[in-house]
Design a protein around this ligand. Structure first.
Ligand SMILES: *[C@@H]1O[C@H](CO)[C@@H](O)[C@H](O)[C@H]1NC(C)=O
Length: 112
């Protein structure tokens, strides 16, 4: 191994263990609520996302916004099916993030 290879590995390895490549799928802030609602309905319906946590009185119900609920549903769908080729797209309504969107008792799933 050259000194450069060693240097590269030293630079890269901590990033791998930092989980730099963990990705969640959330609503793109540029997407209008009307479009998010359509994508949310699809995700929780035909998309088979697990939307139980965003129902009334569940940990991810609040904040009760289309954007927050869409983010939860998009991520559920993405984590569930990414290994089968699903993408974080939703007609452009979704975007990936490396920041865990979980808040308080509302945990966003992540599948390694
Ligand atoms: C949906 O998620 C909830 C909470 O994590 C879990 O208890 C439940 O078993 C899940 N349902 C399905 C169908 O996967």
């Amino acid at each position: 191994m050259s000194i450069f290879t060693v240097a590269l590995l030293v630079l890269l390895i901590p990033h791998f263990s930092d989980g730099q490549f963990e990705q969640w799928c959330i609503a793109d802030e540029q997407t209008a609520d009307a479009d998010l609602q359509v994508a949310l309905d699809w995700a929780c319906g035909k998309g088979s996302a697990n939307c139980s946590m965003i129902q009334v009185n569940q940990p991810c119900y609040l904040p009760n916004t289309v954007r927050d609920h869409a983010s939860y549903a998009f991520n559920s769908y993405y984590q569930k099916f990414k290994h089968k080729g699903a993408t974080c797209y939703f007609n452009g309504a979704a975007i990936t993030t490396e920041l865990d969107p979980s808040h308080k008792s509302c945990l966003y799933e992540f599948n390694p």
